[in-house]
Design a protein around this ligand. Structure first.
Ligand SMILES: Cc1cc2nc3c(=O)[nH]c(=O)nc-3n(C[C@H](O)[C@H](O)[C@H](O)COP(=O)(O)O)c2cc1C
Length: 325
């Protein structure tokens, strides 16, 4: 399939694997890229420029296809060495960067000079327009359904995507709730040039996470996510578990007085325990409502091939059939 996104990134299929903390290692990115999508290494999981440079080199050993690096800009007490991370991305020859969180204006000139394409992840039309105005090449439009940080507007993709299509000139991919060929065709119908998936890619053979994480996603229904940290205006959609129910209890008790310190035990530094050790009640971990559509653990190649085959079948059979009738 050829879209503005496949052309821009030099990929076979318009399917991107979004950056994911403690999931987006070289193994994940390479598997997605080798299957014809765009794999993305998560920069902040590596943390230091040296470690990220090493991860980029490892990914290059595993694929000769294009892959990207995610740089998430968050307000942090101990901010990572962003200039150093930008430097190793450019020196490593990576040509695609997915930015997320705060406005990436400060790093854009460096990437532009180096010929790196930037796709910024946004949860609203106004942020998407801002990204376009500062020179981002594309945006990833993340609806309310998404795993991770859906923002504070709560607009689902059935509204958000056509709204983005009406306003944007640069290409965008649909993100949040995407799982299969039906998602892809719907995203294209609403004006997107492809789709970005997070949760779906965790439940694949190559995802370098503990088997318990994959099993939890397969077992979960669309009712099993919760929104946490809303009182801090840092809303995150996570899989429910004992720690999350405790966190929500604390949020209810503290009300508007909630501070980050009150919930630090449930959210800080929990990813390695969950993703690597498989301790599923260790804390809050991002997961999308799309878990309800995930019932298997295929390879990335099987997943992407099945998405493209289903999309083709819908377009040429089901939809064309309506026209013929
Ligand atoms: C476990 C997990 C970790 C994530 N970590 C990040 C991250 O570090 N940076 C980021 O920009 N997005 C992160 N995301 C969001 C994904 O890149 C993607 O936008 C989102 O998962 C799309 O929604 P979906 O899960 O419904 O496909 C994460 C998502 C998940 C599920």
């Amino acid at each position: 399939m050829k879209t503005r996104i496949t052309e821009m990134f030099g990929i076979e299929h318009p399917i991107i694997q979004g950056g994911m903390h403690y999931v987006g290692f070289a193994e994940m990115a390479a598997a997605v890229s080798n299957a014809g999508g765009l794999g993305i290494i998560t920069g902040l999981t590596q943390g230091t420029p040296e470690k990220l440079a090493n991860e980029i080199a490892r990914c290059k050993d595993m694929t000769d296809k294009p892959f990207g690096v995610n740089l998430t800009f968050l307000p942090m007490v101990n901010a990572p060495d962003y200039p150093g991370l930008v430097r190793v991305i450019i020196e490593g020859g990576v040509k695609i960067v997915e930015t997320a969180g705060n406005n990436p204006a400060q790093v854009l000139p460096y990437f532009k000079d180096a010929g790196v394409k930037v796709i910024h992840k946004c949860t609203s039309v106004r942020h998407s327009l801002k990204a376009q105005s500062i020179g981002c090449d594309a945006v990833s439009v993340d609806g309310f359904e998404c795993g991770g940080h859906p923002g504070e507007d709560d607009i689902p993709n059935m509204i958000l995507l056509p709204r983005a299509a009406d306003e944007l000139e640069i290409p965008f991919v649909a993100s949040g709730g995407m799982a299969d060929g039906r998602s892809l065709v719907a995203a294209l119908a609403m004006g997107a040039d492809g789709m970005n998936m997070g949760t779906r890619f965790i439940a694949t053979k190559e995802a370098p996470v503990h088997e318990n994480v994959k099993a939890a996603i397969v077992a979960a229904s669309e009712l099993d996510t919760r929104l946490v940290m809303r009182p801090l205006r840092n809303t995150e959609r996570v899989m429910t578990n004992d720690a999350v129910e405790e966190l929500l209890k604390i949020e209810k008790e503290k009300g508007a007085d909630l501070k980050f310190e009150d919930i630090i035990e449930q959210v800080a530094g929990v990813y390695p325990r969950i993703m690597t050790e498989g301790d599923m009640d260790a804390g809050a971990w991002s997961c999308g409502m799309v878990a309800g559509l995930i019932n298997d653990i295929p390879t990335c190649q099987e997943l992407i091939d099945s998405i493209m085959a289903q999309a083709d079948e819908i377009i040429t059979q089901r939809l064309a059939g309506f026209q013929a009738a």
